[in-house]
Write a protein that binds this ligand. Structure first.
Ligand SMILES: [Zn+2]
Length: 240
């Protein structure tokens, strides 16, 4: 863990969390509903996309500080771990967008295409840049294959068990698979396995606490992202 890079990650993460706060607020509505366009407290129309507070009454859009703190923590871990590596910016980008997507999925059980889909070409471009800087093409090819493999795996699961996996999960798996694939096939396998383990453990705990029923739906996005994060931090070997 490189402390200077971790501190830089925390600062960048706090800024990224604040910048994504407006998007999380607008997209945190049930699937199919129109985006939020007004403050839930005073009803004033929302202003700029990057604004963290209502322009009318000054209320925070969403719970104050949580998004900033979590994004700062995730980026501190990722940049501290992958300090100075060509793929570090790509991982930081995924970390920031991932926290926003996890927050929306946890709140509203959806992963909006308007956040996930543009993130895919950005991620590919950042990894492409990393391949050029690191003079290695194979990790980039493996990243693309990893994205396809993870998205394909979830798509298959969605076909076999309809209702458990949504289209948003498949697209998010493609995005996450890019980062895991860059780091190697063991990381792809570990990230996927951890996602299902975490989701299973959460389901058992929530069932025991009677917070969900057997027929209830548990948002999978936060577990997919959490499993990927742990897999990346724990499994990526040195000297790639
Ligand atoms: Zn307001």
């Amino acid at each position: 863990m490189d402390i200077a890079w971790a501190v830089a990650g925390a600062v960048a993460g706090a800024g990224a969390g604040a910048a994504l706060r407006g998007a999380v607020f607008r997209f945190s509505v049930p699937p199919g509903d129109p985006d939020r366009r007004a403050c839930t407290r005073c009803g004033a129309p929302l202003g700029r996309w990057l604004a963290a507070r209502c322009g009318g009454c000054g209320a925070w859009l969403g719970r104050p500080g949580v998004l900033e703190l979590v994004t700062a923590g995730v980026l501190a871990l990722l940049l501290g771990r992958f300090a100075g590596e060509p793929a570090a910016p790509a991982f930081a980008f995924l970390g920031a967008i991932g926290v926003a997507l996890a927050a929306i999925d946890a709140a509203a059980q959806r992963l909006p295409d308007r956040l996930t889909l543009p993130a895919v070409p950005v991620m590919i471009a950042l990894l492409g840049l990393a391949a050029v800087l690191g003079h290695q093409a194979w990790p980039l090819a493996r990243a693309l294959l990893g994205g396809l493999a993870l998205a394909g795996g979830l798509l298959l699961l969605g076909v076999l068990r309809p209702g458990q996996v949504g289209g948003g999960d498949v697209k998010l798996a493609g995005l996450v698979g890019l980062a895991l694939g860059w780091l190697g096939w063991p990381v792809v396998a570990a990230g996927a396995a951890l996602a299902f383990l975490l989701a299973g453990a959460a389901a058992v705990i929530l069932l025991a606490l009677r917070r969900v029923t057997l027929r209830g739906h548990l948002a999978f996005g936060p577990f997919l992202l959490g499993g990927a994060l742990i897999g990346m931090l724990a499994m990526a070997g040195p000297g790639r």
